[in-house]
Design a protein around this ligand. Sequence first.
Ligand code: HSO
Ligand code: ZN
Ligand code: ZN
Ligand code: ZN
Length: 267
Amino acid sequence: MMLADYHVHSDFSSDSRTPMHNMIEKAISMGLERICFTDHMDYDFPIQYKMLFEFDPEEYFRKITELSALYPQINILKGIEIGMRPYLAKRFEELISTYSFDFVICSTHLVGDRDPYYKDFWENKTLHSGMKEYFQSILANIEVYHDFDVYGHLDYMIRYAPVKNKSIVYSEYQDLLDEILKKLLSLGKGIEVNTSGFKYGLGHPNPHEEILTRYLELGGEILTIGSDGHCPEHLGYDFDKIVPLLKSLGFRYYTIFENRKPQMLPL
Ligand code: HSO
Ligand code: ZN
Ligand code: ZN
Ligand code: ZN
């Protein structure tokens, strides 16, 4: 059993209604030693989606400090999931340098001003062209923004593709994926394995095993594990599956962060 969940949302994210203390109590009941909140900060989220993925960092830090005192039996970390787009790099640099987060996940949630979560993204797109644009936007983000620890759920948008057969041929994106992974490695950044792919019935985590294997082949070591849970039932989702899966791919360690410093733990 994994003892740490490094991708957790609470009602500081506009798509979660779970107060932090409910997540923490669930984590304690599951025997987790660490829970790292990584609430959404997606500056300037397009108005047509009527979602405001932003929180007040002062309030966030105050709340986590208060809860850390209330629940000494678990280590509660202050993380954040930033929804990157190239023109926001300066704003995020300022935010991340101002507050002492333990852990920063950089994610692509938008391609241009379209969210693959909604149907309008997929109009006039095939699965292939949508995926390609998504991967290209990851590259554009890591070209200009570097103050993060891991890149989030590298291929997660396939879960929202309006097609029945979601099995994707990763070799079709090999060049792009290699470019992304090599760039991340040259920057000393890691990736995360996000177990919510199982929850969406994909039968694999995000990213897919093929991407994880390639990451390992290229010398990738930093790999955090997170459920991306937005409610207590989804905390630590399928963690019992992910450990044997990672071991079977050849991984021997996973990574946790504290004060932005990585620590490798045996799987
Ligand atoms: N933020 C969700 C996905 C999403 N919801 C995009 C709205 N737009 C994944 O945590
Ligand atoms: Zn979310
Ligand atoms: Zn995300
Ligand atoms: Zn998330």
